[in-house]
Design a binder for this molecule. Structure first.
Ligand SMILES: Cc1cc2nc3c(=O)[nH]c(=O)nc-3n(C[C@H](O)[C@H](O)[C@H](O)COP(=O)(O)O)c2cc1C
Length: 143
């Protein structure tokens, strides 16, 4: 079983990355394989709504998302840590969520993923009203 930890913060080595590292450490101790996506290291452009992924299981934009798709598909569970920016999650993370539409359009790849700790840093009720499971349609929301 593999757990993917996604940090949605553009800041390196800060709260979200530390929380993902701590959560994955526990997962490792419990026998899970782990992998990470830290958005501080990645460039993910917003979805252009070109519709190409309706016809074909690939995205026309060539950026970090190509590797992120593979990591999301390979994971059995996904943990997301997000900062709160103006009562919402940051644009960088929204870009990742929007681009994950490719996985929804192609076999609902995320439908079997457990998302057990989706809001490690939900400082604000507005964010609690927007569970990440809504953003990545098909995830099973267990928090
Ligand atoms: C542009 C901006 C907007 C923010 N807005 C909020 C907010 O609305 N509510 C809140 O509780 N914290 C807010 N914060 C604080 C961050 O959510 C907080 O510092 C978070 O821990 C940063 O995560 P990181 O250390 O992983 O980057 C904001 C920070 C920034 C930079």
């Amino acid at each position: 079983m593999k757990i993917l930890g996604i940090s949605g913060s553009p800041r390196k080595g800060q709260n979200c990355e530390k929380m993902i590292a701590a959560a994955l450490e526990i997962a490792k101790e419990r026998g899970f394989e782990t992998d990470t996506v830290f958005l501080s290291n990645e460039e993910i452009a917003p979805c252009k709504v070109c519709g190409a992924c309706i016809e074909k299981a690939s995205c026309v934009i060539e950026d970090s998302m190509e590797e992120v798709y593979e990591k999301m598909k390979a994971a059995d569970g996904i943990i997301v840590a997000s900062p709160v920016y103006m009562g919402n999650y940051p644009a960088q993370l929204k870009a990742l969520f929007d681009r994950s539409v490719l996985l929804r359009r192609n076999n609902l790849h995320l439908k079997t993923k457990l998302e057990p700790l989706s809001q490690l840093e939900a400082q604000e009720t507005e964010v609690r009203k927007k569970p990440f499971s809504q953003s990545m349609t098909g995830c099973i929301f267990t928090a």
